[in-house]
Design a protein around this ligand. Structure first.
Ligand SMILES: Cc1cc2nc3c(=O)[nH]c(=O)nc-3n(C[C@H](O)[C@H](O)[C@H](O)COP(=O)(O)O)c2cc1C
Length: 158
């Protein structure tokens, strides 16, 4: 059975997700980060998560080679951050407030949670690579999450 690409995108859009910005550092030490909705919990013992990263993404070399990465879970007020970290050929960190995790990755201000990971494994997956992260530290902040649904941003209604 062949799958129609437009319908495939449309049906995937019926599955609501949160929105993250995944940060790491390049070999040159520069901050790298990109908006990622393909984030998922994997295992509690050991604690593992995954992100799926397009092989053509500018942050791909850094994310697949750095020792680790940080998953910043965006809050409902961070739609502009989600958009900014998907813009091509800009310094995405310019004007964005952040601190650093213990392993040096950018932790964005105003997120609702952070998951700091050491890279655990890479799995080839078509035009993406599944990057598994071994969770080393977490942070929880107050606030409501940003959602992504049917190609647009949304918020919880309660
Ligand atoms: C809401 C949203 C979710 C995204 N989720 C993913 C994702 O899960 N994986 C991915 O590889 N790219 C994802 N992207 C796209 C990347 O953020 C974007 O392609 C990339 O940063 C573009 O710039 P680049 O070509 O310089 O990497 C998403 C973009 C947006 C706006």
């Amino acid at each position: 059975m062949s799958v129609n690409p437009d319908e495939f995108r449309a049906v995937l859009g019926r599955f609501p997700s949160g929105v993250t910005v995944v940060t790491t550092k390049g070999a040159d030490g520069a901050d790298q980060g990109m908006t990622v909705s393909a984030f998922c919990s994997v295992s509690l013992e050991p604690p593992l998560v995954l992100v799926c990263i397009e092989k053509n993404a500018s942050a791909y070399p850094a994310l697949t080679r750095a020792p680790g990465f940080a998953v910043n879970i965006l809050s409902a007020k961070q739609e502009q951050i989600a958009r900014r970290f998907a813009i091509i050929d800009i310094d995405r960190f310019e004007g964005v407030g952040f601190t650093r995790s213990s392993n040096g990755y950018a932790i964005l201000d105003d997120v609702v949670g952070v998951i700091e990971c050491r890279r655990f494994a890479l799995h080839d997956a078509g035009d993406h690579t599944i990057i598994l992260g071994d969770v080393e530290a977490t942070r929880i902040e107050s606030g409501s999450p940003l959602l992504y649904y049917r190609g647009g941003y949304a918020q919880l209604e309660h």
